[in-house]
Ligand binder design. Structure first.
Ligand code: LCS
Length: 397
């Protein structure tokens, strides 16, 4: 290939992290299902521990299958380093543990994944970490929240489940001016549609349970950065606290990753059609989807997002009762939490993913009781539409 040629997203997803001739020509990276690695001599063991010689020691500290996945995700995010974790929450808690000391302040949107919020309120508060919740899509409010300085600004964009979008470049400028690091949870879009490091974020994390794996069969997470010091800090905390990924889990995610661009493109095409079909339909109060021109996040396409993604939220006339009837009436769509798989999933955040957030917290974050979240998958659009149509008829008549 000519000098300076940069691989496209499909090529990167399929080939990054794989060198068949490293493993006897194996085109799929082998699963190194081993907890520990033998040393040829006491000298070699000591040299590996002292980092004087390369080589594996123990799977919590490093494993070839895990390395292949980390290389691939780092390449997709345009980052230098990645650390795969046992779950998305292991990535979030590693981030918090790595950078928050007693007395430090973290600024986060009220609308984040329920557990990312709850561990700050219930656990990190025990160590004297202070949390300020703010709508990070509102620049004036974000500037006020960062007054007086902070250690970490942690943004989810689009946010779970309200789909509020935050301008990453502005957030990075404001965070850095306040002396804070910017970490972005990129789970909702994946690196195929958004690469926060390019826009000034210091760290990107994912629940790989979602789009990166894409097949609803693994729980995993990852942390990506281009900063060697931040990586070293995250690695120290992750490998010592122990939220590392298992090689088999890593292999499954790596397999799923290869079709990431294709899955996202297909599901996103469906999502746009579903959102357009829902708007103005009888019984639908509003639809929140960044692909709709009236969504406040729409202005960030294509500046920071290559597309609006596959998630949307909508509110039914008749609130929570109508929402329950809808969830009970779906036939093709699956009533389940999680998102980002090939199958369309529907759920009710107030009673499910965000039930652990107080009613007041949900209210402030815009998570209304009647909000229904849809993760549109790769099925045929006409089948999704027909299912929605019959379920809506059952819910709102
Ligand atoms: N970050 C985001 C944006 C998420 O949506 C989730 C999980 C996590 C982090 C945590 O990842 P996990 O540990 O589950 O891999 N979100 C879920 C959701 O919306 N429904 O079920 C899980």
């Amino acid at each position: 290939m000519e000098k300076g040629h940069e691989s496209g997203p499909n090529t990167t997803a399929i080939h990054a992290g794989l060198d068949p001739f490293r493993y006897q020509g194996a085109v799929s990276v082998p699963i190194f299902q081993t907890s520990t690695f033998a040393f040829r001599s006491s000298h070699e063991g000591a040299a590996r521990f002292a980092k004087q010689e390369p080589g594996y020691i123990y799977t919590r500290l490093g494993n070839p299958t895990v390395d292949a996945l980390q290389e691939a995700v780092a390449a997709l995010e345009g980052g230098r380093f990645a650390l795969a974790t046992a779950s998305g929450m292991a990535a979030v808690s590693t981030l918090y543990f790595a950078f928050l000391d007693p007395g430090d302040r973290i600024v986060v949107p009220g609308a984040v994944y329920g557990s990312s919020r709850v561990i700050l309120e219930k656990e990190f508060s025990r160590y004297g970490v202070r949390t300020t919740f703010v709508d990070t899509s509102d620049e004036a409010a974000l500037a006020r929240a960062l007054e007086g300085g902070a250690k970490l600004l942690f943004v989810e964009t689009p946010a779970n489940p309200t789909l509020q979008c935050t301008d990453i470049e502005r957030a990075a400028e404001m965070a850095h001016a306040a002396g804070a690091l910017l970490a972005v949870d990129n789970t909702f879009l994946s690196p195929h549609l958004q690469r926060p490091l390019r826009h000034g974020a210091d760290i990107v994390l994912h629940s790989m349970t979602k789009f990166l794996n894409g097949h609803a069969d693994v729980v995993a997470g990852i942390l990506v950065t281009s900063d060697e010091k931040l990586h070293a800090r995250l690695q120290f905390v992750l490998t010592n606290l122990g939220g590392t990924i298992d090689p088999h889990q890593a292999w499954l995610v790596h397999r799923g990753l290869k079709t990431l661009p294709m899955r996202i493109e297909r599901a996103q095409e469906n999502a746009l059609k579903v959102a357009e079909w829902l708007v103005g339909r009888r019984g639908i109060e509003w639809v929140a989807y960044p692909g709709l021109p009236d969504h406040p996040g729409h202005r960030l396409i294509p500046r920071q997002m290559a597309g609006p993604g596959c998630l949307m939220a909508f509110e039914l006339a008749g609130g929570i009762e109508a929402g329950r009837r809808l969830l009970d009436a779906v036939k093709l769509m699956t009533l389940a939490v999680s998102l980002g798989g090939v199958e369309t999933l529907i759920q009710h955040p107030a009673s499910m993913t965000h039930a652990n957030v107080s009613a007041e917290g949900r209210h402030e974050a815009g998570i209304t009781d009647g909000l229904v979240r849809l993760s549109v998958g790769c099925e045929d659009f006409e089948d999704i539409r027909a299912d929605l149509e019959q379920a809506l008829a059952a819910a709102v008549g």
